[in-house]
Design a protein. Structure first.
Length: 259
């Protein structure tokens, strides 16, 4: 990266991973996924790290995966065997044994939403919106979210979020259990940071064992693998090609002739 689009830093026993690409709405590139995965691996290997905090610069948490990367894969501009760091990041999120806290100070899209379901504490801005446009992009959900979102909020609300792609507001996200609390945007990062430091003071082994008891990692990994295979197929589909072309041409997508 020509500039640091992901900042990894330490604040005492808390390791912070910060999206730092506000000019591009913190859209996540392949290199950014790699930096995020590196941060999670660093946290796992360092006993002095007791908690992980995700934050973001600017008004948005993240616009999700950079669609230019998706378009390049669909067009064949990216080789099939080129390394994709997203899988490593998603796996490290599922495998994380230390508590993960997230400050969602603005809108979150795609993986910016699904990563919240792999986190332990989430604080969100009241005016933020969570958006999962996978189907509108000709894709399928990822990060085991086809399992975690219905488990968290029920089938019908999950289908509204995933199939109709209707945004979920910050207050509703807190009310239905995706976030711990909805706050004024200016207070979100401070609240999340305080929670991360509070967790860092807890007995580390007791906290680790408790988190492990609460997570069925085998089921999460199995669903993520199933989704990943379908996602890779869909990235090369005609529906995805139309969705990416519409995005680049700034027009509505038209799937009516694709069957």
């Amino acid at each position: 990266m020509s500039e640091q689009h992901v900042l990894v830093s330490r604040d005492g026993a808390v390791l912070e991973i910060r999206f730092n690409r506000p000019a591009k709405k913190n859209a996540i590139t392949n290199a950014m996924y790699g930096a995020m995965a590196d941060g999670l691996e660093q946290a796992a290997a360092d006993k002095s790290v007791r908690a992980i905090l995700f934050t973001a610069a600017g008004d948005l948490f993240t616009a999700g995966n950079d669609l230019m990367d998706f378009a390049a894969i669909n067009s064949g501009a990216t080789a099939d065997n080129a390394p994709r760091e997203v899988a490593r990041f998603l796996s490290r999120m599922i495998e994380a044994e230390k508590p993960v806290v997230v400050a969602v100070q603005g809108n979150a899209v795609g993986v910016g939403v699904t990563m919240l379901l792999q986190s332990d504490l989430v604080y969100i801005a009241e005016n933020a919106k969570l958006i999962t446009p996978f189907i509108d992009l000709g894709l399928v959900p990822e990060n085991a979210s086809s399992m975690t979102i219905p488990d968290r909020i029920g089938h019908v609300r999950a289908f509204q979020l995933l199939a109709l792609c209707e945004p979920l507001g910050g207050r509703d996200a807190a009310a239905c259990g995706i976030a711990n609390a909805a706050l004024p945007a200016s207070e979100v990062e401070g609240k999340a940071r305080a929670a991360a430091h509070a967790l860092a003071k807890k007995p580390a082994e007791s906290l680790r064992l408790t988190k492990n008891l609460m997570r069925n990692r085998d089921a999460l990994k199995a669903r993520m693998t199933e989704e990943g295979a379908l996602f890779a197929q869909r990235l090369k589909s005609a529906e995805a090609a139309e969705a990416f072309a519409a995005f680049l041409e700034r027009r509505p997508a038209d799937f009516s002739k694709l069957g």
